[in-house]
Design a protein around this ligand. Structure first.
Ligand SMILES: [Zn+2]
Length: 80
């Protein structure tokens, strides 16, 4: 197998092209299903690395934990 065949065997980008309406077919970035042009490697950093981070009480995990605690509390209060 030569180098070009190896490169062509890489996983392909699944984004839809605005211009052609078909699949992008560019090589996907490792760990992503899309190529560089279609958003791989993007997004803001999480937690303290994000410039707008305050105290962590609003992170997805904290919000989910709070929601679960509230549901459990309601459940046990109603089943008393
Ligand atoms: Zn793409």
């Amino acid at each position: 197998m030569n180098l070009v065949e190896l490169m062509n065997a890489a996983p392909r980008c699944t984004a839809t092209s605005k211009r052609t309406g078909g699949r992008c077919k560019g090589p996907a970035v490792r760990g992503w299903i899309v190529c560089r042009f279609h958003g791989a490697g993007g997004g803001a950093p999480e937690c303290e690395r994000n410039g707008n981070y305050r105290h962590g009480a609003c992170t997805e995990d904290a919000v989910a934990a709070r929601m679960l605690a509230n549901l459990l509390q309601r459940h046990f209060r109603d089943t008393e």
